[in-house]
Design a protein around this ligand. Structure first.
Ligand code: AQP
Length: 332
């Protein structure tokens, strides 16, 4: 039997964080053996926010190197850059004509990002979820492993797929989101009510996959917590609860085990332990990245072959869509 298809992506909008890792990439690595796996670097999405062109190019390659350093195996999964496959934007136009203004207006990420980028609320920021639906539906993905912040977008992709299938007969597989039990929403270290983000203006808020051991440990020591000094998971203690989640993701220990381990040991000791555990968890990734980023030819070769395979698969769906909506084929 054919394997089920998974697809996901990260935007090369900066340095990937432990939120991106525990919420998404780690799960991609865990799933790659059992699924027909497709992962792309979402550079088209990245330009919804202003990017410095040279920086975007650099981040695109560095995101691929990080995917590999985290354990994605190019022999097992299809890896490519989104802008290398033109069918993504082509399908996005067709699907935008199947998506309601009201639906897009309800997207919480649009509201958050509009607040953050008040000087640049462009149409792409608004229609971003349609492009994401196109990424998913082009490859007939069954499952989309993402963090909790992207769940609403995957649900919209389902609605768009169902609507298209209803209007034009069965065309798209209706995808399911795959959200991890632990680490689905890692919060900021300095404002724990807010999601950790790679583009956060305050670098103290985020722990990056590519930073030194010292920096990571310092950030955890300075992480904002309440003052009761008791390592206990609770909704009214967002700072310490976030650190418990991160420690759990890094060590595999349960919340109960962590609370027992740090019973009456205080926040100072716990924060240092979280920093150490995260660095231990990432040390292999950091070392492998340093080797890979120097191998530009190897990385470009992966992208070239990935783009060819992705184009072939994507065009099959796009041709079908064009036929169903009534576009005249140039070969007819
Ligand atoms: N804090 C987080 N906790 C858990 N998962 C997270 N993800 C992002 N932040 C967290 C998941 O990482 C994957 C890639 O994200 P993305 O690059 O597509 O964009 P994003 O969701 O907007 O992530 P960022 O880091 O917040 O990027 P910027 O700052 O550019 O907006 C997704 O699966 C996401 O759910």
């Amino acid at each position: 039997m054919d394997k089920k298809i998974i697809l996901s992506a990260a935007q090369p909008t900066g340095n990937l964080t432990i939120g991106n890792y525990f919420g998404a990439i780690k799960n991609w690595v865990d799933l790659q053996d059992d699924f027909d796996s497709i992962f792309c670097v979402a550079d088209l999405h990245a330009i919804t926010v202003r990017q410095e062109p040279a920086e975007l190019r650099k981040n695109t390659l560095s995101t691929l190197a990080l995917y590999l350093a985290c354990g994605l195996d190019p022999e097992k999964c299809l890896l490519f850059v989104q802008s290398h496959v033109e069918a993504h934007t082509a399908l996005s136009w067709v699907l935008s004509c199947q998506t309601m203004f009201g639906e897009l207006s309800r997207m919480t990420q649009f509201k958050d990002k509009s607040r953050k980028n008040a000087q640049n609320i462009n149409a792409g920021l608004f229609t971003y979820p349609v492009l994401m639906a196109s990424d998913i539906l082009l490859y007939q993905a069954d499952l989309v492993p993402v963090g909790k912040d992207q769940k609403q977008h995957v649900e919209l992709a389902r609605d768009i797929a169902e609507r298209f299938n209803r209007n034009f007969s069965d065309t798209f597989k209706v995808p399911e989101p795959y959200i991890p039990k632990q680490g689905a929403k890692i919060m900021s270290l300095s404002e724990p009510e807010k999601k950790m983000s790679k583009s956060d203006e305050n670098p103290q808020s985020s722990v990056y996959l590519l930073e030194s051991r010292d920096e990571t440990i310092k950030k955890f020591r300075r992480a904002v917590t309440d003052s009761d000094n008791c390592v206990k998971y609770s909704a009214d203690k967002p700072g310490i609860s976030n650190l418990i989640t991160i420690y759990s993701c890094a060590t595999g220990k349960t919340t109960r085990e962590i609370e027992r381990e740090f019973d009456s040991r205080g926040y100072g000791e716990f924060k240092s332990a979280v920093g150490e555990a995260v660095c231990d968890r990432l040390s292999g990734v950091r070392a492998r990245y340093q080797e890979l980023i120097g191998e530009k030819d190897y990385l470009m070769q992966i992208l070239k072959s990935g783009a060819e395979q992705a184009r072939y698969r994507a065009m099959k769906t796009l041709r079908k869509v064009y036929r169903k909506v009534g576009f005249l084929s140039p070969e007819a």
